[in-house]
Design a protein around this ligand. Structure first.
Ligand SMILES: NC(=O)c1ccc[n+]([C@@H]2O[C@H](COP(=O)([O-])OP(=O)(O)OC[C@H]3O[C@@H](n4cnc5c(N)ncnc54)[C@H](OP(=O)(O)O)[C@@H]3O)[C@@H](O)[C@H]2O)c1
Length: 325
């Protein structure tokens, strides 16, 4: 089969599109013909050796797929050949024409969902859902501020914030991105390239500040939000797309009685499988109801996967990028 392969850690441009051994399903695994691959910001960090995990080379990056089951390992009874599935991979390997997965990692796709949407759903929406439900305890009527709101997990947080019934303030770096976030339900917008973020959040909340901030950006934007939280607020640490991991004067949390809460969706799926399964049921219901829908910005061929990763890490994407092998 063909795969996009990291032969040694280095620039994304060094990835090789080449033949790779066909995988064989081990007991308990399914073999999936990959139909679509979700591109995520960490895919670029991984091949550059800047991610927390460092798989042994050569390997195919990527962690999110949809596809058709074409083989079953011994003992698999919950899937049949021909099933349409979506999954987070357990050990990367998504940028390939085929992949093996533990059957427990896969979900049957709702009949109404296409492969591109399926591949774009899990990481972005799963993270936003877990972040806002379990970590943020977001309630209907509260004010949610979403940083990087046009990005993959940002736009999912906008949609899920609205599904929960919150008032959503989108924060983006351009008017075009703000318009996109508003098209997905955001009630208000702040362009943090032009406006002072702390002042703008206070102005939009009558001086109260935000009940919940969904921060996948970090850096200066985190610093501003840490000074614009409401009493009993929850500042969610999701990622550091800006490239700077911020530091916090903890007296700020005391004065406003707010919490800073880490969000690590991948670990949550392992540590709390029952809560994760309940989340997935709710997420699929929201998809069926049209409340949550991944927006596909661009689609690339697997041979052009380098361009796909660079488009995402280059701060261009609005919604999700998907690769179709
Ligand atoms: N904790 C978890 O479980 C979890 C799960 C998924 C993702 N993440 C993390 O969340 C972050 C966002 O992931 P994503 O897939 O949503 O990425 P994405 O689609 O690329 O969106 C990231 C957003 O960050 C903003 N940004 C600010 N400074 C940036 C910079 N220097 N370069 C690139 N983007 C910048 C951009 O919005 P503006 O241009 O509007 O500023 C962009 O839309 C990543 O750090 C990722 O690792 C964490």
């Amino acid at each position: 089969m063909k795969a996009l392969v990291c032969e040694q850690y280095g620039p994304v441009e060094d990835l090789k599109y080449r033949d790779f051994p066909d995988p064989e399903p081990a007991p308990g695994e399914i073999l999936v013909a990959v139909k679509a691959i979700g591109v995520n910001f960490p895919d670029g960090l991984l091949v550059e050796g800047k991610y927390q995990a460092r798989p042994e080379c050569p390997f195919a990056p990527g962690s999110e797929i949809s596809g058709e089951v074409v083989g079953l390992g011994e003992g698999v009874i919950d899937f049949a050949v021909g099933d349409r599935v979506l999954a987070l991979t357990t050990n990367f390997g998504a940028y390939a024409e085929q992949i093996t997965l533990p059957s427990s990692a896969a979900y049957k796709m709702p009949a109404s969902m296409d492969y591109e949407t399926g591949a774009a759903l899990l990481a972005a929406s799963g993270t936003a859902h877990h972040g806002l439900r379990q970590r943020g305890r977001l309630q209907a009527g509260e004010t949610l501020v979403v940083l990087g709101a046009a990005g993959g997990t940002g736009i999912a947080a906008v949609q899920i914030g609205k599904a929960i019934g919150a008032r959503v303030i989108a924060v983006c770096s351009s008017e075009e991105k703000l318009a996109f976030a508003k098209s997905q339900g955001a009630d208000d917008g702040i362009n943090y390239s032009e406006q002072d973020l702390k002042t703008a959040i206070k102005a939009l909340t009558d001086g109260r500040g935000a009940d919940v901030v969904y921060d996948a950006v970090g850096g200066d934007a985190f610093d501003a939000c840490s000074r614009a939280m409401a009493w009993d607020g929850r500042l969610l640490i999701v990622g550091f797309a800006s490239g700077r991991i911020p530091e916090l004067p903890v007296n700020l949390t005391l004065v406003k009685g707010y919490s800073v809460v880490g969000v690590f969706w991948g670990q949550f799926t392992q540590n709390e499988p029952e809560a994760h399964a309940a989340n997935m049921r709710e997420l699929f219901q929201w998809c069926e109801a049209g409340k949550v829908k991944p927006i596909i910005d661009r689609t690339y061929k697997l041979a052009d996967g380098i361009e796909a990763i660079k488009y995402v890490t280059g701060r261009n994407v609005m919604g999700k990028v998907v690769i179709t092998p």
